[in-house]
Ligand binder design. Structure first.
Ligand SMILES: Cc1cc2nc3c(=O)[nH]c(=O)nc-3n(C[C@H](O)[C@H](O)[C@H](O)COP(=O)(O)O)c2cc1C
Length: 198
């Protein structure tokens, strides 16, 4: 099924397409939905940044990203867990806005698994001595060449997983035949579906 043709997709077709696109994009920074913008609010101020979508779990309605445990967003999300992930595919012309609650995890079997199964070049950024966002006199560069997983052990304590549980999805497809927008709200048992004016 193409969401760009004139067929009006059903609720289930849209949901299947959403999870397919998310899982195709996970750990694929080159894919359109691979680098969402993650936004939250902290003490009344909006804040947002790009992150790499690392994994998804459609059964548990989860999205995962990795970050430095010392980064400002970790302290913010530990205090206020509500966060929005915005995805846009400029070729498929589909936007997805996922309203979530984030749990920051830095210990446990899941976090160890993500750490151990990651490519070394994705983990070298956790070796820095200072927290992300620290002011410095000169730019510091951590060499990325030839880093092996065992060289990275010191970075493990700085590694954190953002585990987001989706509460609501706002889906928008731009189509020549007429834009479509739909909302999926998780009731606790199932997705409550509504078409919305785009
Ligand atoms: C393409 C791209 C991918 C990024 N991926 C991540 C990521 O997966 N995790 C992360 O913490 N920061 C990532 N960043 C950096 C963040 O956008 C941000 O600059 C940094 O995390 C500091 O955010 P904070 O000060 O809000 O904590 C990425 C930046 C770009 C440009």
């Amino acid at each position: 099924m193409s969401l760009t043709d004139e067929h009006i997709p059903t609720r289930d077709e849209i949901l299947t397409d959403i999870w397919q696109r998310l899982s195709d994009s996970a750990d694929q920074a080159g894919k359109a939905w691979g680098v969402p913008v993650l936004s939250n609010q902290f003490r009344g101020e909006p804040t947002a940044r790009s992150v790499v979508l690392r994994a998804v779990d459609s059964e548990q309605r989860k999205l995962f990203a990795f970050t430095d445990a010392r980064s400002p967003k970790v302290a913010q999300l530990r205090e206020h867990s509500a966060a929005i992930w915005t995805f846009y595919d400029p070729v498929g012309r589909i936007q997805l806005i996922a309203h979530t609650e984030i749990e920051v995890k830095s210990v446990g079997a899941d976090v160890d698994h993500f750490w151990n199964s990651s490519r070394p070049e994705s983990l070298h950024c956790y070796l820095g001595e200072d927290a992300p966002g620290t002011k410095v006199d000169t730019p510091s560069v951590v060499p990325t060449m030839s880093i092996q997983l065992h060289d990275l052990a010191g970075g493990r304590e700085n590694f954190a997983v953002l585990e987001a549980t989706i509460k609501e999805l706002d889906w928008l497809a731009l189509r020549r035949s007429g834009n479509l927008r739909a909302r999926f709200h998780w009731t606790g048992e199932d997705w409550d579906f509504s078409w919305l004016v785009p």
